[in-house]
Design a protein around this ligand. Structure first.
Ligand SMILES: *Cc1c(COP(=O)(O)O)cnc(C)c1O
Length: 362
């Protein structure tokens, strides 16, 4: 028996997460200057960070020798979501809070349900606890809530739902989500991951935070990585009943969100003009890319996020040809979609670069 054989078998069974290729890595591999590379692979905000957040980070450098105090950000999030402060749990990115939920409710002998083609962090968070992962077939590439409901077993403790979903962009209408919550036993946690919440068109939005009082088994997660443009700082949060939040805080590292991230997130939350500008840029860019894909005769999945998934044929081969032209998108073979590629909506010239490179790559 080697040392590695003594490691946890369910950890050895995990397939590693494949991140979007960093610009610097492609530059090293292909000898392309960094400034000639367009990265549309990780659903980052093409406008960068909010100017108000930038100022807050600069100020927060003073005091970096101190351990962080989460109070002000928790207060800001609680006020924004009209919840009590003890219902907010901060994370080092929302991936961190997904992990906290898993650690509170999952272990060997328990199970969690997720949908085929749903976000890769749900399998990671589930399998790293030794729990079993139940995968239900997709419906039109998105979550099939009836299938998820039918998959519940006596040992099921968590149901993971991304709305909109990444990487497919599918969106479940909120009345449908609420009807689903009505049918789920109250001793099973439903995680509603709303990483792209701020990109949902106003007419289709719902105040899901308000649902927690009716459904104490509902946990909502959101992030500052997407529309707020703070992916590199790592900050997100969960909204939950005070009881669940308390348990999550017991397994949370006390200083999991750093000073700069806390300061930036408080400022970003308040920068309504930046959020509105980012939303508008995404809406226009989405139209531009959809028009381009149609021109090329490529099928796409309608998306409510800041990205869109399209059928490229041989996804890996087309991806290679895009990389050679300095355009990074996201292959999603690991999500069971080897014919498809996901592209993040960029600024107008970036979208144009992508569409021109794609035409050549086909
Ligand atoms: C990007 C994304 C997140 C956010 O991850 P962070 O850890 O907050 O950067 C969470 N869920 C989904 C579905 C995502 O696509």
């Amino acid at each position: 028996m080697t040392l590695i054989d003594k490691s946890l078998p369910y950890v050895r069974a995990i397939s590693p997460y494949l991140p979007g290729k960093p610009i610097t890595e492609l530059a090293r591999e292909m000898g392309i200057p960094v400034e000639n590379i367009v990265k549309l692979a990780s659903n980052e905000n093409p406008l960068g960070m909010s100017p108000k957040a930038r100022k807050a980070v600069e100020l927060a450098i003073n005091g970096i020798e101190r351990y962080p105090d989460q109070f002000d950000l928790i207060k800001a999030v609680a006020e924004r979501c009209k919840l009590a402060q003890n219902q907010v749990v901060l994370g080092n990115g929302s991936n961190d809070v997904l992990d906290l939920i898993a650690r509170v409710f999952l272990a060997p002998g328990r199970s969690a349900i997720f949908a085929q083609h749903a976000f890769a962090v749900y399998p990671l968070a589930t399998l790293s606890t030794g729990a079993e992962l139940i995968s239900t077939p997709a419906k039109n590439y998105g979550h099939d809530l009836n299938a998820m409901r039918a998959a519940i077993r006596p040992d099921t403790r968590i149901i993971w739902i991304a709305n909109p979903n990444n990487p497919t962009g599918n969106f479940l209408l909120y009345p449908e989500v609420r009807a689903f919550l009505e049918t789920v036993p109250k001793d099973i946690v439903v995680v509603l991951d709303e990483a792209y919440n701020e990109y949902i068109p106003p007419a289709e939005r719902a105040d899901t935070a308000e649902w927690i009082k009716d459904f104490p088994n509902l946990v909502i997660t959101r992030t500052f990585s997407k529309i707020f443009g703070l992916a590199g700082l790592r900050v997100g949060y969960a909204l939950a009943s005070a009881e669940i939040a308390d348990l999550m805080n017991r397994v949370r590292q006390p200083f999991n969100v750093n000073n700069l991230a806390i300061a930036a997130a408080i400022a970003a939350l308040d920068d309504h003009a930046f959020v509105a500008e980012s939303y508008e840029l995404n809406r226009r860019g989405m139209e531009q890319i959809i028009a381009g894909l149609k021109r090329l005769g490529l099928e796409h999945i309608p998306s409510h996020g800041n990205f869109i998934t399209f059928k490229a044929g041989d996804g890996a081969a087309v991806n290679q040809k895009l990389l050679k032209q300095g355009v990074i998108v996201r292959p999603i073979g690991g999500y069971g979609l080897p014919e498809w590629l996901r592209v993040t909506i960029g600024k107008e010239p970036e979208n144009t670069r992508f569409l021109e490179a794609l035409e050549k790559a086909l």
